[in-house]
Design a protein around this ligand. Structure first.
Ligand code: FAD
Ligand code: DHB
Length: 390
């Protein structure tokens, strides 16, 4: 087989890149390790920046998002018993975010790809990028036990944090930066109306909590948990009790509870690999970087990487100009590091760190109090939350 761009991974970044290239008349094949059912069953992120919304529109996959997604003009931060609103629209000169689940984004992209005749090969085992230090790279894998080779001009590694792409680069060619946080997030989905029509990020002496949603009838709630907690040890009853304890009393009283139909624990980590290009291989999204979920940046960063890579590939193939492609790693990383900083700052400010020194705990408390009091700080928070410009 041969194609112009072989994309590894059918998560949001691989599917979005694939659709933008397809629309520009550039051929792609996507290789995905999992089954389609598995790809469509993952839950994960929920908040889209305007840049991400624009890219989904540009891909031609924005119709259901506009019909069913919930535009949010602000969110709340609670601090023990007080609650403060961050007015995103007022603080950013009119910007907002869209609450629409990653599961739905993925479904819309999968559907659009199949309607427009794009090729995705699911359940591809042992995917390996090969010879990417040359102008004749290829990707090998096994499909239903048969060896497959795909020759291409470029390889896009969109295969997430545990994928094959970053691992195929020699260690000496890559620098990595990492911070693992000493806690996780326990998240549930339940078909109960959200406690508030806007998200609430809760800082509390018992630990962080987040009230989010997927629709007006489906809630997504998270609580900070220990890194070594086991999911079986958290019944729905215990989850709801602990969530209520971390919210202001009026909010806790208004909370409607019900059975969860999804429950999982995610570790929190910041990670960046530099550079994001190795010859004909490009790393995109979680394959190159991970942020803790607190600022809702993971999926949005994947989308901005796709934007930079798409621009580069388009001008390479359509205008024979490699300037933007050569600038991919630098352009993407400059925005990545700012989102890494923001996610780290939000995480540090809103969570309780085990065994924190009393001075450090005071600094965290004061950081939050100052952020809530100061319009300059709230403006900086809002400008990052809605997404820095591309
Ligand atoms: P992925 O979504 O990871 O997609 C990678 C794809 O590549 C997958 O389909 C995978 O099956 C495939 N793949 C992997 N290895 C191979 C291989 N060897 N060969 C072929 N295919 C392969 N972000 C937020 O903003 N808010 C959140 O609440 C949030 N929660 C999260 C919870 C969890 C448990 C995780 C893991 C992430 C969460 N994120 C969250 C981050 C966000 O989901 C990611 O940033 C986003 O999914 C990145 O998209 P991606 O396409 O780059 O990677
Ligand atoms: C969601 C996740 C986040 O990390 C966040 O900051 C906001 C919302 C969510 O899953 O809804």
């Amino acid at each position: 087989l041969s194609t112009q761009v072989c994309i590894i991974g059918a998560g949001p970044s691989g599917l979005l890149l694939g659709q933008l290239l397809h629309n520009a008349g550039i051929e792609t094949i996507i290789l995905e390790r999992s089954s389609l059912d598995h790809v469509l069953s993952r839950v994960r992120a929920g908040v889209l920046e305007q840049g991400t919304v624009r890219l989904l529109e540009e891909a031609g996959a924005g119709a259901r998002m506009h019909a069913e997604g919930l535009p949010h003009d602000g969110f709340a931060i609670s601090c023990e018993t007080d609650i403060h609103r961050i007015d995103l629209t007022q603080l950013t000169g009119g910007k907002n975010v869209m609450v629409y689940g990653q599961t739905e984004v993925t479904r819309d992209l999968v559907d659009h790809r199949s309607q427009t005749g794009g090729i995705t090969m699911y359940e591809a085992a042992d995917v390996e990028p090969q010879e990417f230090d040359t102008a004749g790279p290829y990707v090998t894998c096994k499909i239903a036990g048969e060896s497959v080779r795909i020759d291409c001009r470029f390889i896009a590694g969109c295969d997430g944090f545990h994928g094959a792409s970053r691992r195929s680069v020699p260690e000496t060619a890559i620098a990595t930066f990492e911070k693992v946080y000493p806690f996780g997030w326990l998240g549930i989905l339940a078909d109960v109306p959200p406690v508030s029509h806007e998200l609430i990020y809760a800082s509390h002496s018992r630990g962080f909590a987040l009230c989010s949603m997927r629709s007006n009838t489906r809630s997504r709630y998270y609580i900070q948990c220990n890194s070594d907690d086991h999911i079986e040890a958290w019944s729905d009853e215990q989850f709801w009790t602990e969530l209520r304890r971390r919210l202001p009393p009026e909010t806790a009283e208004a909370m409607i509870t019900g059975p969860s139909f999804e429950k999982s624990i995610a570790p929190l980590r910041s990670f960046v690999a530099e550079p994001m290009r190795f010859g004909s291989l490009f790393l995109v999204g979680d394959a190159a970087h991970i942020v803790p979920p607190t600022g809702a940046k993971g999926l949005n960063l994947a989308a901005s990487d796709v934007h930079y890579l798409f621009e580069g590939l388009r001008s390479h193939f359509l205008d024979s100009d490699t300037t933007l492609l050569d600038a991919y790693s630098e352009r993407a990383l400059s925005r990545v590091w700012k989102a890494v900083r923001f996610s780290w700052w939000m995480t540090t400010m809103l969570h309780r760190f085990p065994n924190q020194a009393p001075f450090d705990a005071k600094m965290t408390e004061t950081e939050l109090a100052y952020t809530l009091d100061s319009e300059a700080m709230r403006t900086a928070l809002a400008e990052n939350y809605v997404g820095l410009p591309y």
